[in-house]
Design a protein around this ligand. Structure first.
Ligand code: MSP
Length: 475
């Protein structure tokens, strides 16, 4: 048995969860369930990122006290994760007192890798990121993600000497000690790293009233990314507790937009603290809405709760785990969602369960005593973190089972008493194959897998009273 530690990005609390936020959780949950199925022990962190100007100014604009605003939105994220049936073990808020205190201890450990200097340059509040002149010029002074001009700031900051760690980080990426996925992103990170200046890791308290004070200097608060990244180890009790059971993390799941922080600043902090680097950083693409980035001004923001409530959790997990490629951008539209539900969940899987269980019922068959088998091909894909591809692999089995029923025509055999034994053998084999499919489906659709398993292992095989995925007809 191994101990597995996996982490998810902690969202800002400047609003309620949107559909894109589901990606980190669903992917991480699938991996967690897969590992538990293999008998491993999993620690799974989630949380919310509550400091920084982005959150602070939003609360101010809404006229809500910041702590209350953070409490309300953090609770929305926690509810959202629960609704997705995500089996996390720890939920951390960066305003937790333990986190704040531990962050200050971590700061002290950065020691002489820190120096003070004046920063004069560009900043994007949407990204909470310092922008180099080169990038400013390339982007014509406007953040493409937030559609806002970069602001010019001049302030006293503490800097972390990234230069002290560049070689080690590059070596770790190149040797695979810290694997960056997908692979083409590793190349991007290496080139960013080469050009990376030392990074500013604090802001003057007068510019950022909502942050963790720098120890020994009340005029400065920590840059929100330092505070946020540290959550992955403060949640384990670092520095006062020994975290070697779970650190280095097996895998850290993040969106592609924040990979740079995780692959450059975060490793530098870890190395400065004398800690190992995570084994894998896995970055997923974006969920678009009707082919475009979700934005309030375009009016294409999708409310995840509406999607979730429309067809239930298995349909939601199915769509975002199979049709959202684990590494590339993907698109959500209601038409695609409805089609995936009717053509795949209802027709391919729901119907398969119904018709096979009906054929078994007609023969009065008892439930099967099937022991699921590990599948090396499936595991190889799951181990490469390419979950959408692993889900395709399972779905091919669903489709091939449908074809097998069509080919073998058990209903024809049922008409011929001399072929009764053959019929029972075929129904038994098909049921066992479906139980095997349900075993492979478990990490993705736990409730559906359990329902299928119940149908084919109960005393008698009986179809569910209502199909697992009743077909929806346009009203
Ligand atoms: N607070 C930082 C993360 C700190 S981690 C130490 C942040 N928050 S966020 O709310 O903007 O994003 C949280 C996660 O959601 C990130 O992994 C981000 O990439 C992901 N996504 C945000 N919008 C997304 C989509 N439209 N699609 C898929 N994932 C997206 O960044």
């Amino acid at each position: 048995m191994s101990k597995i530690y996996l982490t998810t990005a902690i969202p800002y609390v400047n609003g309620a969860p949107h559909i894109g936020h589901a990606m980190d959780y669903l992917i991480a949950d699938t991996y967690a369930r897969y590992q538990k199925e293999k008998g491993n022990e999993v620690r799974f962190q989630a949380g919310t990122d509550e400091h920084g100007n982005k959150n602070y100014k939003k609360a101010e604009n809404l006229g809500i006290p910041i702590q209350q605003f953070a409490d309300d939105n953090s609770a929305k994220f926690q509810n959202f994760i629960k609704k997705l049936d995500v089996e996390y073990t720890d939920f951390i808020r960066t305003t937790d007192k333990d986190h704040e205190r531990r962050c200050q201890e971590i700061w002290k450990k950065l020691g002489n890798h820190i120096y003070r200097d004046t920063y004069e340059g560009w900043y994007c509040e949407g990204c909470e990121r310092f922008i180099t002149q080169k990038e400013y010029d390339e982007k014509n002074g406007v953040c493409p993600d937030h559609n806002k001009p970069y602001e010019k700031i001049k302030e006293e900051n503490y800097y972390l000497r990234i230069s002290n760690f560049k070689d080690k980080i590059a070596q770790a990426i190149e040797s695979g000690e810290m694997k960056i996925l997908p692979e083409f992103r590793a190349k991007e990170v290496l080139s960013l790293l080469k050009d990376s200046p030392d990074v500013s890791i604090s802001r003057p308290a007068e510019h950022l009233p909502w942050g963790i004070p720098v120890p020994g200097d009340d005029s400065q608060v920590m840059y929100v990314w330092v505070d946020a990244l540290a959550n992955y180890i403060t949640v384990l009790g670092y520095p006062e507790q020994d975290i070697s059971e779970y650190w280095p993390a097996t895998v850290q799941f993040v969106g592609k937009d924040i990979l740079r922080f995780h692959a450059i600043i975060w490793p530098a902090i870890l190395l400065a603290c004398g800690l190992s680097l995570p084994k894998t950083i896995c970055s997923h693409g974006f969920v678009l809405s009707n082919g475009q980035k979700m934005s309030k001004s375009i009016g294409n923001v999708v409310d995840p709760i509406e999607v979730l409530d429309s067809k239930g959790l298995p349909a939601f997990r199915y769509y975002f785990l199979r049709h959202a490629d684990s590494f590339a951008d993907s698109d959500f539209t209601w038409d695609k969602y409805n089609a995936a539900y009717n053509n795949e969940l209802a027709n391919d899987l729901g119907n398969l369960v119904q018709r096979l269980a009906n054929l078994c019922k007609k023969q009065d068959l008892p439930g099967r005593k099937y022991q699921p088998k590990r599948d090396a091909d499936y595991e190889a894909i799951m181990d490469s973190f390419y979950f959408s591809k692993a889900f395709d692999y399972v779905w091919e089995k669903v489709q091939s089972l449908n074809r097998a029923i069509d080919d073998k025509k058990p209903w024809e055999l049922a008409k011929d008493p001399e072929r009764h034994d053959e019929l029972l053998l075929i129904l038994g084999e098909l049921s066992d194959e479906l139980l095997q499919v349900s075993y492979l489906l478990k990490p993705f659709l736990p409730n559906t897998a359990a329902a299928i398993s119940k149908v084919f292992t109960s005393d008698k095989i009986l179809p569910p009273d209502t199909p697992l995925f009743p077909k929806e007809y346009k009203k």
